[in-house]
Design a protein around this ligand. Structure first.
Ligand code: CUA
Length: 348
C-alpha cells in the first residue's frame, strides 16, 4: 500500500485541482476557508481510517499466512467477543460525531451568512444561469455583465442565484463553494475575497452540450476600484477615439447583433433572449468564456459559435463579408470602459 497511497493521492490532487484548471484547494476568503477546513478534517480522518484498515489487513494477511505446519488447518476465529464488538461500534460513532459537529455548525453559519434577512451592509448581486453563460446583475445602477463577476474585496457578497432554463450550479471554490441554480427557485451563496485577484469559476452541474465551457471569472478588486468600475459601467460607451474600421464595425454591429445583444450607451441596455450584455467587452479575457479574446478568435466565433460552444443559441454570421467581420471584431474589442479599460495597462 505504500506504493499505492502516493499514486492515489497524486491522482486525487490531479483530479481535484490540475485537470479542472481551477484551484480547489487554495481558499482565498472566509467562506471558502470554512469549507476547506471541513474538507481537510474529513480527509485526514478518512486517511486515518484507511491506514488503520490497511495496516490491520496486511498484518493479518502476514500473521495467518500458510506455513508448512498450518497447511490444511483452518483456525477458529473468535466468536461473541463483546470487547471487540463494542470497540468497533464506538470508534465509528466517535468519528462521525467529530465530523458532524463542525459540519452542522458550518452548514448553519454559511446559510445564515447568505440569508435574505441578513443582507444589511452586504453587496447583493443577482446571478442568472443560462445555457451556457452566466449573467450578473448589480441592482444598484442596473448594471448587467456576463462571464466576468466584479466584486469588492473584504466585503460580504451575497449572490442571489436563479436559472433561466435548466439546473446549473455556480462554483467558485476559492471564494465560497457551490450553489445550484434551479428554475423557479432562488438560492443564495455567500462569497468573500480577502485580496484582489482573478478567481476562476465554472458550472458544476451537467446542463447540456457546452456544460464544460460554462466558465466565468470573478474579479475581486479594492472598494475604490470596484466603485470606479461600476461608475464606468453606468456611463455611456467609452468616448475613446475609434479607428475607422471600428466605427464601420459599429454599424455592422447595430444591424446584426443589437437585436439580441445589448451594449450600454448604444440604445439597447437590455439583452433580448439569451444573449449577454457586451458592455466593456475589451476587458474580458475570453470570448464566450471559451476562446482567448483576440480579433482572430472573434471572427472564428462569429463564423461558427456552435463549433466552440455546442448548443449555444448564438447563430452563425458566416454570411457577413470578411471585411465586415474584421470591422465587427474591431468594434467589439473597442468596447472599453472610461478610465478602466485598455488592454495591457495592467489595471486588471
Ligand atoms: Cu450550466 Cu453546467
Amino acid at each position: 500500500y505504500k506504493r499505492f497511497l502516493p499514486v492515489f493521492l497524486i491522482f486525487m490532487i490531479a483530479a481535484l485541482s490540475g485537470c479542472s484548471g481551477i484551484d480547489v484547494l487554495d481558499p482565498k476568503g472566509p467562506a471558502a476557508r470554512e469549507e476547506f477546513d471541513l474538507f481537510q478534517l474529513t480527509i485526514y480522518l478518512m486517511l486515518l481510517v484507511l491506514a488503520t484498515v490497511f495496516i490491520l489487513f496486511f498484518y493479518f494477511l502476514w500473521k495467518y499466512r500458510i506455513t508448512p505446519e498450518r497447511k490444511n488447518h483452518i483456525p477458529n476465529g473468535p466468536s461473541g467477543n463483546k470487547k471487540l464488538e463494542i470497540t468497533w461500534t464506538v470508534i465509528p460513532i466517535v468519528i462521525l460525531i467529530i465530523i458532524a459537529i463542525p459540519t452542522v455548525k458550518s452548514t448553519y453559519h454559511l446559510s445564515d451568512a447568505a440569508d435574505a434577512k441578513n443582507l444589511q451592509g452586504k453587496t447583493v448581486i443577482e446571478v442568472t444561469a443560462h445555457q451556457f453563460w452566466w449573467e450578473f446583475h448589480y441592482l444598484d445602477g442596473d448594471i448587467k455583465t456576463s462571464d466576468v463577476l466584479h466584486i469588492p474585496t473584504n466585503q460580504d457578497v451575497v449572490l442571489v442565484i436563479r436559472s433561466d432554463d435548466t439546473i446549473h450550479s455556480l462554483w467558485v471554490p476559492q471564494l465560497g463553494g457551490k450553489m445550484d441554480a434551479i428554475p423557479g427557485k432562488t438560492n443564495r451563496l455567500w462569497v468573500k475575497a480577502d485580496e484582489p485577484g482573478s478567481y476562476e469559476g465554472k458550472c458544476a452541474e451537467l446542463c447540456g452540450a457546452a456544460h464544460a465551457y460554462m466558465l466565468f471569472t470573478v474579479k475581486a478588486e479594492s472598494k475604490q476600484d470596484f466603485q470606479k468600475w461600476k461608475q464606468a459601467m453606468k456611463q455611456k460607451e467609452s468616448g475613446n477615439q475609434k479607428t475607422e474600421s471600428a466605427a464601420a464595425g459599429e454599424k455592422v454591429f447595430k444591424k446584426n447583433c443589437l437585436s439580441c445583444h445589448a451594449v450600454n450607451g448604444s440604445g439597447e441596455t437590455i439583452s433580448r433572449g439569451n444573449a449577454p450584455n457586451l458592455t466593456g467587452f475589451a476587458d474580458h479575457d475570453r470570448i464566450a468564456s471559451v476562446l482567448p479574446n483576440t480579433k482572430e478568435n472573434i471572427v472564428k466565433w462569429i463564423n461558427d459559435p456552435k463549433k466552440y460552444k455546442p448548443g449555444t443559441e448564438m447563430p452563425s454570421f458566416k454570411h457577413l463579408s470578411a471585411k465586415e467581420k474584421e470591422e465587427l471584431a474591431e468594434h467589439v474589442q473597442s468596447l472599453e470602459l472610461d478610465g478602466i479599460s485598455g488592454k495591457g495597462d495592467g489595471g486588471h
